[in-house]
Design a protein around this ligand. Sequence first.
Ligand code: DGY
Length: 427
Amino acid sequence: AKLDALSAHDVLKLNDLGGYTVPTRGLYPFQWNWDAAITALGWLAAGDEARAWREVERLLEGQWDNGMVPHIVFHGDAETYFPGPEVWGVKHSPSTSAISQPPVLASVMKLLFEEGRDRRLAEEKLAATLPGVIRYHLWFYRDRDPEHTGRVCSYHPWESGMDNSPQWDGPLAGVPPVDAEYVRRDTGLVDPSERPHKYEYDRYIYLVKFFQQNEHDAEVLYRDCPYRVEDISLISILHRGTRDLIALCEEDAAGLGLVNTNGEALFSLKQSLARTEEGVQALWSDELGCFLSRDARANVLLEHVTTAGILPLFAGVASGAQAQRMGGLLEEWLEQAPFGVASTHPASTRFEPKRYWRGPSWLHINWMLAIGCEEYGMSREADQIKQASQKCIEAAGYYEYFNSVTGEGCGGRDFSWTAAMDLYWLN
Ligand code: DGY
């Protein structure tokens, strides 16, 4: 990292607003769901276990009665972000957005629990937070897969966390633009060439208004939302998280009796796991050698090779033969964009190495991919991914994401999840 740069631990401290960590000041001044989970690993690695669990607890303050854990919890006021709480129009205290995000939280909690040195703290915090996270996963399966396809769906590109991935170009074209004026804040804070276009924002905001107009009614949204996508990344992360939740309850390592109190819920989660394992096979592309997301409204596979389509390795739902294909693909991918793993395959006509999710590499995704490779016995690929990730930090420091061809830092700087991944994974 650069000489004048903050240490990874200092980045977390800089972004700590009191029990929750903002991804970066200015651009993202609230608590984000998957950022919070990844950042908790950073607090753990920095030796502050209590702070790591606090991050989880504060995120769960945003949980809705139906179980949904929102993608943003607006703990405080800030003028630097659009769309803020007034645009979402959600009645909850604290104020929140109305969609979720890939639930990596459960898998993170398993790591916090297993790796925490203070056993009493780990047991107490797990017992306090696990029931909420079980309700969260049940919500996904109930509200987002009412027909039991084994493939939960999402209603907004923001819900995937991979906002402007080429995967969503097709489904987003079916969403009308919002017919109101608005002022973006992001493009005043970072280089607009590293952010989504106005075309996409017009549709992002239409959807936000659509949710509000329909009072967040689960049935209505499932039926009428103009954007309904089976996101292979979200499905994979949810699947692994569910497995981890079940393991935490069943191992009962803490002697907390979590199985007894959640018997029915666990039964239901196990059924969902089995469904997904079967359901995702419909998303495999033998031609492209990876999994794909699917537009559930238009009933078409979204034929783009992206890191989302490799995340079934993290879920453990790929067959051995599928894993081998993806391993080979990853090696070629890293050759073409050495500061990878490029979020969109570099050979894609839609590849843009510095535009958000159309090509940059993101270290929390790399971490999940490396875990997946390791678990499928592909240590060489896992090492290559780790080295590529280390090179990004060496080249640029703790940026939000990195130009996958040049290693240049992009988006927000002094970024929590990149610092957390350095502390927890790369150091
Ligand atoms: C943003 O505002 O760019 C976020 O990705 C939305 O969550």
